[in-house]
Design a protein around this ligand. Structure first.
Ligand SMILES: *[C@@H]1O[C@H](CO)[C@@H](O)[C@H](O)[C@H]1NC(C)=O
Ligand SMILES: *[C@@H]1O[C@H](CO)[C@@H](O)[C@H](O)[C@H]1NC(C)=O
Ligand SMILES: *[C@@H]1O[C@H](CO)[C@@H](O)[C@H](O)[C@H]1NC(C)=O
Ligand SMILES: *[C@@H]1O[C@H](CO)[C@@H](O)[C@H](O)[C@H]1NC(C)=O
Ligand SMILES: *[C@@H]1O[C@H](CO)[C@@H](O)[C@H](O)[C@H]1NC(C)=O
Length: 449
């Protein structure tokens, strides 16, 4: 008799390493080995697809076949180029790899899209797209993918590529889990992250790299906090001084072509980009370009005027701010609307004291400021809607200022506590971006150092 511990280790050594992420809703796997090679035939709705080296053309017209073809190419790249031998998923010195037997191989990959994509598929509001998919691999190597939307197909191909590993004996790629049957769908329609590009400029390549990682994890919304009091990297051709004076350096900017490229790159990977111009606080940097629009820029002690220096807010009872917003939105929103259903007007951490210094207001009283703010948001959101977009705001617009917002508006909660529950119960669409999770991680890291 073998001691129990040895039996347990032996069982571990032969159990398949399952590295699918996120874990599919329903999965069943077997223990047969199938190899895959680059000659495998792939069809999409019955028509063959070129699986290698395809990149969809840069365009604002999105085509389901081009999107799927790009995704098949990336799945092949994952399997054949950037794959790994899964040493780390097995006990040391265990003999986990199958015998190389390329005759047992994936015969063909049949992708069936059962619904038609619409323009909403490529710039959806939450819930517009059915992202579900099913994926089966039969024991004899027939792969069937079925999804209602091309977005579901992208997720299926991502899952498919994660089933395969590289063999240490050479250029062989295999799964040990056939037959496979997976049905999957996301739990939440909005699964996103935010990049703070105003405080920390990131290169276009790094933003695209982030979108890649999001697509591997089946995340579908990238929120770009693209301006703030620290810097204004966004080039607005109708207001060139904004980025000329406001960027950290003339090279640290996002041109209209850069922005379009980010949107397109995202859509090809199932990631919708949401652009934010934070206002009326968090916008002091405009002082450097158009000084008569801003109050409390670099005001000290900063704690009385903002959460993080340099301070600065729009002078919200100043008609010049309204004409500025007209020009800004008329330039920017038509460049966002082909690619996104949303535009974020910010609204966090507005400090009432800023308006004390405003010659057009000279008050920090809620009863004075609230109607001005309501008028300001009504104006901004009417511009957003006129461009065919739905507004996003940070939670304080409701929780601190009690503004009345259109039912299309999405409220993004970040302060934790009961806000998500309260906002949802009062009928708002809510995104939970609880900052406590990030902050607790930060403190843990610092504690370790
Ligand atoms: C896979 O799809 C083909 C044709 O699309 C069909 O004939 C076959 O039954 C499917 N196999 C499985 C296991 O679903
Ligand atoms: C506003 O400024 C006063 C000092 O003038 C300070 O006591 C108060 O805390 C400030 N309010 C906020 C919200 O920072
Ligand atoms: C806002 O500006 C208008 C026009 O300049 C003025 O009549 C009004 O008193 C201002 N409101 C406040 C609260 O200062
Ligand atoms: C308004 O200003 C007064 C006087 O500086 C200050 O005591 C009060 O805390 C301020 N209120 C707010 C909401 O900041
Ligand atoms: C918020 O606004 C609503 C509608 O305008 C009003 O009924 C309610 O009393 C306000 N609540 C507070 C706390 O100001």
């Amino acid at each position: 008799m073998l001691p129990k511990a040895i039996i347990a280790i032996a069982a571990l050594a032969f159990s398949p390493a399952n590295a699918l992420w996120p874990i599919p809703q329903k999965i069943s796997t077997g223990d047969s080995v199938l190899f895959i090679d680059q000659a495998v035939r792939v069809t999409y709705n019955g028509v063959p697809i070129i699986p290698i080296g395809y990149n969809p053309p840069a365009s604002s017209n999105f085509d389901s076949r081009q999107i799927v073809q790009g995704a098949v190419s990336r799945a092949f790249q994952n399997i054949f180029s950037t794959n790994y031998v899964p040493w780390k998923l097995h006990p040391r010195n265990s003999n986990f790899e199958p015998k190389v037997a390329p005759q047992n191989r994936i015969q063909s990959i049949s992708i069936q899209q059962t619904g038609k994509d619409t323009s909403k598929t490529f710039k959806p509001r939450a819930g517009d797209v059915d992202e579900s998919y099913s994926l089966t691999i039969s024991k004899n190597g027939q792969v069937n993918i079925s999804a209602k939307s091309s977005t579901g197909v992208l997720h299926a191909l991502e899952t498919f590529s994660q089933l395969f590993y590289k063999h240490s004996a050479g250029p062989f790629y295999y799964t040990t889990q056939a037959p496979v049957s997976i049905t999957d769908a996301p739990k939440y329609p909005h699964r996103g992250i935010m990049l703070d590009l105003a405080r920390n400029y990131q290169t276009i390549d790094d933003i695209k790299r982030t979108i890649d990682a999001m697509s591997w994890n089946k995340l579908n919304r990238l929120h770009l906090h693209i301006t703030d009091s620290q810097s204004w990297p966004l080039v607005i051709p109708a207001l060139p001084k904004l980025s000329q004076a406001g960027a950290y350096h003339p090279s640290l900017v996002y041109t209209p072509a850069d922005l379009a490229g980010i949107f397109q790159y995202g859509i090809n990977r199932g990631v919708e980009v949401i652009t934010e111009i934070d206002m009326p606080g968090h916008i002091g940097v405009i002082e450097l370009a158009y000084s008569d629009l801003i109050v409390a820029y670099e005001e000290m002690p900063y704690q009385y005027y903002c959460a993080e220096p340099p301070c600065g807010a729009f002078s919200i009872n100043n008609t010049k701010v309204y004409s500025f917003l007209d020009t800004l939105f008329d330039d920017l929103l038509p460049r966002v609307a082909p690619y996104s259903a949303y535009f974020h007007t910010g609204g966090d951490e507005l400090n009432a004291n800023d308006s004390m210094l405003d010659s057009h207001i000279k008050s920090n009283e809620t009863s004075v400021l609230q109607p001005l703010l309501q008028k300001f948001i009504n104006f901004a959101h009417s511009k957003v809607r006129a461009a065919g977009l739905s507004p996003f705001v940070w939670e304080e617009m409701v929780t601190t200022w009690n503004l009345t917002l259109g039912s299309d508006t999405v409220v993004q909660s970040w302060l934790g506590g009961d806000a998500v529950k309260n906002l949802a119960e009062s009928g708002h669409k809510v995104i939970d971006t609880d900052y406590n999770f990030y902050v607790s991680l930060y403190f843990e890291n610092r504690d370790i150092m």
